[in-house]
Design a protein around this ligand. Structure first.
Ligand SMILES: Cc1cc2nc3c(=O)[nH]c(=O)nc-3n(C[C@H](O)[C@H](O)[C@H](O)COP(=O)(O)OP(=O)(O)OC[C@H]3O[C@@H](n4cnc5c(N)ncnc54)[C@H](O)[C@@H]3O)c2cc1C
Length: 316
């Protein structure tokens, strides 16, 4: 069975959920082989083993993470040449997509980005036009390089004991062109990460102003949820842009998504419509969001949301 290389995404030594999704997908396509770049593998090895990596290529040299994406590309290109994997999977984040594009050029391969699934024969599935159309595409040349959208694949654990192989690459001068001079850790609040949260509560234009977002935060906190926002709310400066959900924001796929004062524009849906259960609170019974929901609450959010929060807190 061909190896499927999975580039591990991690922050502060903690493996990101998207990598567990990629490992789950890789096991469907062949033998999952994780590629760890940088120091700190020891802290992450249990997680990679738990999600079924049959092998881990460990490139522990700190220099590989001292520059922007090029060293990862050179390492992966070398592995593609030496190991002839069936495909390379990376996360479709900003960095992942850049790596995918550069790696495809390096290896003379085709690239698929933003796929939401990959089926037999490495056929990539895309959800386009805000999720209105599903298209399929296949790489015709070289090794398929595939960037998979976070939250598109349901994770499944498959504990095992991966073989480990230390690998290294002699970096070209070109790979050292852009050095990382500073890393600023984004302050992390008590709430879960938006793209990884099991529950997301989002507020839209109906919330009215920045102060009122406290209502959304309170409801989110009662549920242990992350807070999201529509673009109307972030563009108005009511909530920071990094919390925008949608086509030009984050893609989320939680167990429960609660849309509060959001109309359900196609660009918003594109970022949340794969959520397992969707609840909306909106005062307009004709709001398009109600076409999508499992539970719809027609009412004024300023009455409904605080009552909901109170009731949830009471039942805890
Ligand atoms: C290229 C492009 C990319 C875009 N990308 C994104 C994106 O990534 N994410 C995104 O969200 N949008 C995106 N948009 C914008 C999108 O088209 C919508 O304009 C936006 O989603 C609307 O946000 P909203 O639902 O909060 O506001 P509105 O559409 O104004 O809806 C507000 C809703 O709140 C309800 N409401 C008002 N007051 C109350 C109340 N008191 N109680 C209950 N309900 C109330 C109203 O009935 C209404 O349904 C994009 C647009 C373009 C053109």
């Amino acid at each position: 069975m061909a190896e499927i290389l999975v580039l591990v995404d991690y922050v502060d030594g903690e493996v990101k959920k998207v990598t567990l999704e990629l490992l789950t997908l890789a096991r469907r396509l062949g033998e999952a082989a994780a590629v760890w770049v940088g120091p700190g593998y020891e802290n992450a090895k249990d997680k990679l083993a738990e999600y079924g990596a049959a092998k881990v290529y460990v490139a522990a040299d700190e220099e590989l993470t001292s520059y922007v994406v090029a060293p990862k590309v050179e390492l992966l290109a070398q592995l593609v040449a030496e190991k002839s994997p069936g495909a390379v999977l990376v996360s479709a984040t900003g960095e992942g997509k850049e790596i995918a594009g550069r790696l495809a050029v390096r290896t003379g391969s085709g690239v698929l980005t933003d796929v939401v699934d990959v089926t037999e024969g490495f056929v990539g599935e895309h959800s386009i036009f805000g999720g209105a159309i599903v298209s399929h595409a296949k790489v015709r040349q070289g090794t398929p390089i595939i960037a998979v959208r976070p939250n598109a694949i349901a994770t499944e654990a498959a504990p095992g004991t991966p073989a480990e192989e230390q690998v290294s690459v002699a970096l070209s001068d070109a790979a050292k062109a852009a050095k990382v001079v500073e890393k600023v850790v984004q302050e992390k609040g008590e709430r879960p990460d938006l793209t990884e949260a099991a529950i997301v509560v989002s507020g839209g234009r109906g919330v009215g102003n920045a102060e009122n977002f406290k209502i959304i935060e309170d409801l989110a906190d009662s549920l242990g949820a992350a807070v999201g926002a529509s673009r109307a709310a972030t563009d108005a400066g009511w909530y920071p842009h990094q919390f925008q959900v949608g086509q030009t924001g984050k893609t989320v796929s939680p167990q429960l998504y609660v849309a509060v004062g959001i109309s359900g524009a196609i660009q918003h849906r594109a970022g949340m419509q794969t959520s397992k259960t969707i609840v909306a609170i909106n005062k307009d019974p004709e709001a398009p969001i109600f076409e999508l929901v499992d539970f719809g609450l027609v009412g004024d959010l300023f009455q409904v949301a605080p009552q909901l929060t109170e009731e949830i807190n009471k039942r805890k």
